[in-house]
Design a protein around this ligand. Structure first.
Ligand code: GLY
Length: 358
């Protein structure tokens, strides 16, 4: 097991990454000082796979456990579902010493975190992410929230968990496409902060074959360390934390333009990262060799790299302009300085279109 500490003063917490961690959850939560009444929030599919070992571990460490099942899917990440969680917590007479455990992917984690942030003005919660995407991104850093019909994550709070438990064994049941999509965020950490991680992925990602469990533990731990250090510098995204959005400006626009039906988030981000690297090349921040390494690694991971020819670039730009990072007709882009460092540039639509790759 590897442990990364997120250092945020009194809001500090550990992230444990390893194999067979679910059976140790009770003991690790005790050690982290989590109160004895807990509600595990999950959906029926994840419950069928992982609830039993988690519950057994919690019971044997003396926790009193309730389970709250929520419907599966992004379309249920809303205040109506959160309200059903509040109902259960009130019904079970949860108090300020009680805690929530988010068992699942990013949707469960964001929604459970938001419920914890707001119930009785804030109770503790533990993240137990079961997708690679949630393990390397959403479960770390305290962004919680729900969607509105007008847009994603419009309601939310920065609220840090008490503990993050990442058991790589939960990835065994993850469909290959989702695992590959999660790798996009791992590649992102290499590009924005860590040439050694990038080189390790270059050596080990052949034809998108799965990484060994040992290597997964390592790359997840390195990714979490990088995310933790960004969050430690700028917890509430006043500026610097936006480096984590490398590849996301084009990625979010592509996802929205295709109504979230065509791409998994990581796939859209993979395309967005290649486009951000192409813009970086055009802006002379990155040389051709670094750009080619990024494009080749995305390709070798089994991820898409180009904007499909059917996509109308003007429409894509419109979606970038309504993105929350834009202002004054220019879009704030996170660009890369080769591999391992970043820079922010404000770009006009013409500058963006000139660099986009089909
Ligand atoms: N997912 C980006 C962040 O946590 O800031």
């Amino acid at each position: 097991m590897q442990t990364i500490n997120v250092n945020l003063g009194e809001r500090s917490y550990p992230i444990h990454v390893g194999e067979s961690l679910l059976p140790q959850a009770g003991e690790l939560m005790r050690r982290a000082g989590v109160g004895e009444r807990v509600a595990v929030v999950t959906d029926a599919k994840i419950a069928g796979l992982y609830l039993k070992p988690l519950e057994e571990s919690l019971h044997s460490s003396g926790f009193k456990v309730a389970t709250v099942l929520v419907p599966e899917g992004e379309e249920h990440k809303n205040l109506a579902t959160v309200s059903t969680i509040y109902d259960r917590l009130v019904g079970e007479r949860f108090d300020r010493g009680s805690a929530l455990v988010a068992l699942g992917g990013g949707v469960i984690g964001d929604m459970t975190g938001f419920t914890a942030a707001t119930f009785l003005r804030g109770i503790s919660y533990v993240q137990v992410p079961t997708t690679l995407l949630a393990q390397v991104d959403a479960s770390v850093g305290g962004k919680t929230g729900v969607n509105r019909p007008e847009g994603k994550n419009l309601i939310g709070a920065f609220y840090q968990p008490r503990l993050v438990l990442i058991d790589v064994d939960t990835l065994q049941s993850l469909p290959q496409r989702e695992l590959t999509a999660g790798l996009a965020e791992v590649v992102k950490y290499g590009i924005i902060a860590d040439p050694a991680l990038f080189a390790l992925l270059e050596e080990n990602l052949h034809d998108s074959t799965a990484l060994s469990r040992e290597l997964l533990v390592h790359v997840i731990a390195v990714s979490c360390r990088i995310k933790a250090s960004v969050v430690e510098k700028d917890e509430r995204e006043s500026d610097y934390r936006a480096v984590l959005n490398f590849g996301h400006t084009v990625g979010h626009a592509l996802e929205a333009l295709t109504r979230y039906e065509t791409y998994l988030h990581g796939e859209a981000v993979a395309i967005g990262m290649v486009q951000a690297a192409a813009i970086s090349l055009r802006e002379r921040l990155c040389d051709k060799a670094a750009f080619e390494r990024i494009r080749r690694l995305i390709f070798r991971a089994g991820l898409p790299a180009e904007i499909p020819s059917g996509v109308d670039l003007r429409e894509l730009l419109k979606h970038m302009e309504v993105d929350k990072k834009s202002t004054g007709g220019k879009v704030k882009f996170v660009l890369c300085r080769g591999i391992g460092a970043t820079a922010f540039h404000w770009l006009s639509p013409a500058e963006i279109v000139a660099a986009l790759q089909r």
